[in-house]
Design a protein around this ligand. Structure first.
Ligand code: FES
Length: 355
């Protein structure tokens, strides 16, 4: 068929197929039939094939790494017991994750390294050639496969016994449901998760304090171009401070008031160009911690959502779908920055009950 098409083209263009190939530019020409297979380069023996001492040394290295992996696993278990997570203690959490992480890393690294070294240095080093075969099986093979399916269907009664078949499908569909329902256990018990997600520790008069020291911040401390990581006053004394911080963390910045585009109703939410926005990304909740001073953009390092502080933290890039919620602030009698109220909307990622 291809030959026929080629002949047809030849007759209309008046040129031969060979002529066309000859004119093909370098790099696009199709290799002719005189192509010589260069073959395999000569096989080179490894040092472990020729030197018994090197071979022994490689064996020792491999099993030592496997033993190190075992030690890492035991270390991770011991760390889990030795450094339990205590409610609200960042130090305990840090030690727990650090040592379990180190142990697990050693365990995985040891297995990986040992397996690679074993394969490269000790396993048989033979070069072989596998000729490519068509992926599709022969007609006979395919016919036999269909036969096997039919036999299996006949013998199992899968197609015939519809009640059993349908109940099996129902059981398989129902099987994952308990796992989905168990997700409910991740939410706090006996409390309405929607309510919990909708409110933070901020309320009228709560001072803005530095994270992590808890020192209150005066408006005069916040110079133009500066940015502060803020937590509500008293957060460090809360028993569930990590949960509270995950919702209440705030970024405080001061801009030239003339640079701020403020929508109606928010005129008094800032103080002389000082604005406070939730630090929790509205995409999936990473801390938005990168402030670009010149452009007044906040960047979330997780998936690069970018928020424009000049325009009420509107999303200008990335997967986040809504602006960072703004915390209305004012100054108390002593000049400290305080919240006027809680956020006016839930912080963090959207969830379907969010109002
Ligand atoms: S969590 Fe911030 S961009 Fe995804």
């Amino acid at each position: 068929m291809a030959h026929d098409e080629l002949s047809e083209v030849d007759s209309t263009s008046g040129s031969s197929a060979v002529d066309t190939r000859d004119r093909a530019s370098a790099g696009t020409a199709v290799a002719g039939s005189d192509f010589q297979n260069p073959g395999e380069p000569p096989h080179r023996l490894r040092v472990t094939d020729t030197d018994p001492k090197a071979n022994k040394r490689a064996q020792r290295q491999v099993y030592t790494m496997f033993y190190l992996s075992i030690a890492g696993s035991i270390f991770a278990i011991a760390a889990y017991m030795a450094f339990p997570i205590e409610d609200g203690s960042t130090e305990a959490l840090r030690l727990n994750t650090l040592f379990i992480g180190l142990g697990s890393a050693l365990a995985l690294f040891g297995i990986g390294l040992a397996a690679v070294h074993w394969g490269k240095a000790l396993m048989a080093d033979k070069e072989g050639i596998d000729i490519r075969h068509p992926v599709q099986g022969s007609a006979e093979t395919r016919e036999r496969a269909v036969e096997i399916f039919k036999e299996a269907d006949e013998e199992s009664g899968f197609g015939r016994r519809t009640l059993i078949r349908n109940s099996l499908i129902g059981a398989l569909l129902a099987f994952p449901l308990p796992g989905i329902v168990l997700f409910r256990g991740l939410a706090p018990q006996n409390e309405n998760p929607v309510e919990l997600l909708s409110h933070t520790m901020w309320k009228k008069g709560t001072r803005l304090t530095l994270d992590p020291t808890g020192a209150p911040v005066k408006a005069s401390d916040v110079t133009i171009g500066s940015v502060f990581h803020i937590i509500p006053e008293g957060l460090n004394e809360e028993h569930d401070r990590l949960e509270q911080k995950a919702k209440a963390a705030v970024l405080l910045m001061r801009l030239n008031p003339a640079d701020l585009n403020i929508s109606p109703g928010r005129e008094n939410w800032s103080y002389q160009g000082i604005v406070a926005y939730s630090k929790i990304c509205t995409h999936v909740g990473c801390p938005v911690a990168l402030y670009e001073q010149q452009t007044h953009h906040l960047l979330c390092p997780c998936h690069q959502s970018t928020f424009d502080v000049k325009n009420e933290a509107a999303v200008i890039f990335g997967p986040a779908k809504r602006p960072l919620p703004q915390l209305p602030i004012e100054v108390d009698a002593e000049g400290y920055l305080v919240a006027q109220s809680d956020f006016h909307e839930p912080v963090g990622p959207s969830f379907w009950e969010r109002s």
